[in-house]
Design a protein around this ligand. Sequence first.
Ligand code: AKG
Ligand code: MN
Length: 211
Amino acid sequence: MHRHSNVVAKLAPGFERLPLADAECYYWPHFLDSVQADRLLTELIDTLKWQQDNIRMFGRSVAIPRLQAWYGDKGCSYTYSGLQMKPHAWDPLLKDIKAQVEHHCHQQFNAVLANLYRHGQDSMGWHCDNEPELGTKPILASVTLGAERRFCLRHKGDKSHNFELCLQHGSLLLMAGATQQHWLHSIPKKKGLQAPRINLTFRQVLVEKSS
Ligand SMILES: O=C(O)CCC(=O)C(=O)O
Ligand SMILES: [Mn+2]
């Protein structure tokens, strides 16, 4: 193990590394041009199979504050907070973006979680993406479309150690290395915001041999 080497060795020049200890995160603000980003936002809002999911919290069923949709290769099921998601077959638009992301990140992905934040009251709480299906040191590529929202990061060991950035329309954020091991992330609510935002997190899910 080369402790200080980067997991993501070859990256397109548009990426800039975020100044985070114990993490490997890269941000590309203008990954998609604004024409493509505008078109994708409108089309994905209309065409993806958005659903309102509930999770169990303290023994009660609670509606999560956003809509979501899970797409991927056959067998790429995903479980989080007791919610098992079976993938929809790839949508052509998602497949296109996936190819673009893979090309620039030199990584392969077999599934994507699409989140629709309908307005500023939709959000995502503090979490890390460390589900067993993702393996150790998962690489996640996150494309943002629509309204700008704060993406907050907090170190698990030292809570005073935090960082945030504003994820722009058409941007790409890559999380790799030990990021999920050492950091939590969240999308807080934004007062007064009416405009929607879509986030697509491409993931490589380990497929069970038996499935
Ligand atoms: O909406 C975002 O930018 C974050 C989404 C996220 O963290 C996730 O889907 O796990
Ligand atoms: Mn996440």
